[in-house]
Design a protein around this ligand. Structure first.
Ligand code: BDP
Length: 327
């Protein structure tokens, strides 16, 4: 009897210790938010999920990242602002919305600034790319790294045969300065709208067209309501993953290194996913009856060239030179 009571006490003691230590572990696992406008199966969103998985792994489960896809946390401009304020820990966006809090990075939104995918990655992986990640600090953000954006093309609900076809059309643009100026130069009317609302804007005729890469055109179903695409490839806007500086400063040096390592590996993974899907998306659109025309790129370049002389974009001048000189 006595022995079994001791045994029972020991067992209770063990249960209490086990419960306390797992409670400690649970208390230590901090859940962080990551905002994303794309659905979970989009290549860039898969990059976010890989990043989340690796952050958890490299911090031994002390940090868990919950990804909120499909603009659940708001438009890109909103989530950049919330990340700046520290309400959201991580945001994956394209460059355009970051311009609202950190204007210089807008050089990456200039049309035809990158001559190819290789040229863009050379810039991003070199000192220029690093400079822009570091300088996000000015906006209380920490630039963690880039994802592949693909190149952007115009599409509409009317045939697009050449530059002249865009004249007079209402074109959705990202709410950011360069996209607005760029579309004006083509003789079209720029209409800034958040990404999550583009499909219904196209469907209801609020706009006649939009511009984006093939994966967005297809995965957001824009191609169902804007089936004519002209392959002008006017922009490659690096996708960027930023953290809130407030949150970043709460991390130990070792955890900061773990997060950076996770991002580096997530980037490699995202690029592979992107390259596998980009042209598959185009084929999918064609198979659904979309009409894809090759553009006379020189014609588009000439129409957009005056952007490079506009006074509001003079702040990019030195960076433009450095980017062009990166071979
Ligand atoms: C997509 C980008 C996304 C942008 C969207 C847009 O991945 O980050 O927000 O374009 O046009 O290509 O708003």
């Amino acid at each position: 009897m006595k022995r079994s009571r001791i045994g029972l006490l020991l067992l209770i003691g063990l249960i209490v210790i086990a419960t306390c230590s797992s409670a400690n572990l649970m208390a230590a696992a901090k859940v962080l938010k990551l905002a994303e406008v794309h659905p979970a199966d989009y290549p860039t969103a898969k990059g976010d999920s890989k990043f989340a998985e690796l952050v958890e792994k490299y911090t031994n489960g002390r940090y868990k990242i919950q990804c909120y896809f499909n603009s659940q946390l708001g438009s890109e401009n909103d989530v950049v602002e919330q990340t700046k304020l520290g309400v959201i820990e991580f945001t994956r966006v394209s460059t355009a919305p970051v311009v609202t809090v950190y204007p210089e990075i807008g050089v990456f939104t200039m049309p035809f600034i990158f001559t190819s995918q290789e040229h863009m990655w050379k810039v991003l992986n070199g000192s220029i790319g690093q400079h822009f990640l570091d300088a996000c600090e000015k906006a209380n953000l920490v630039g963690l790294g880039y994802f592949e954006p693909g190149s952007r093309h115009f599409y509409a609900n009317k045939p697009l045969n050449n530059l002249a076809s865009l004249k007079g059309l209402k074109i959705r643009v990202q709410p950011s300065p360069v996209p607005v100026s760029m579309v004006k130069l083509l003789g079209a009317t720029p209409t800034p709208i958040a990404y999550g609302e583009v499909y219904s804007a196209l469907q209801t005729g609020v706009v006649d067209g939009a511009e984006n890469n093939y994966p967005s055109w297809v995965s957001a179903n824009h191609y169902e309501v804007a089936k004519y695409l002209i392959q002008d490839g006017h922009q490659r806007q690096p996708e960027i993953l930023v953290a809130s500086k407030k949150f970043w400063n709460s991390l130990s040096k070792a955890d900061q290194a773990a997060v950076k390592r996770a991002m580096k590996e997530a980037t490699e993974y995202q690029i592979k996913e992107w390259n596998a899907f980009e042209f598959e998306a185009l084929e999918r659109a064609k198979a659904k009856g979309c009409i894809v025309k090759e553009a006379n790129i020189a014609e588009f370049q000439a129409a957009m060239a005056p952007l490079y002389d506009m006074p509001e974009y003079k702040i990019y001048k030195d960076w433009i030179k450095k980017i062009k000189n990166t071979k």
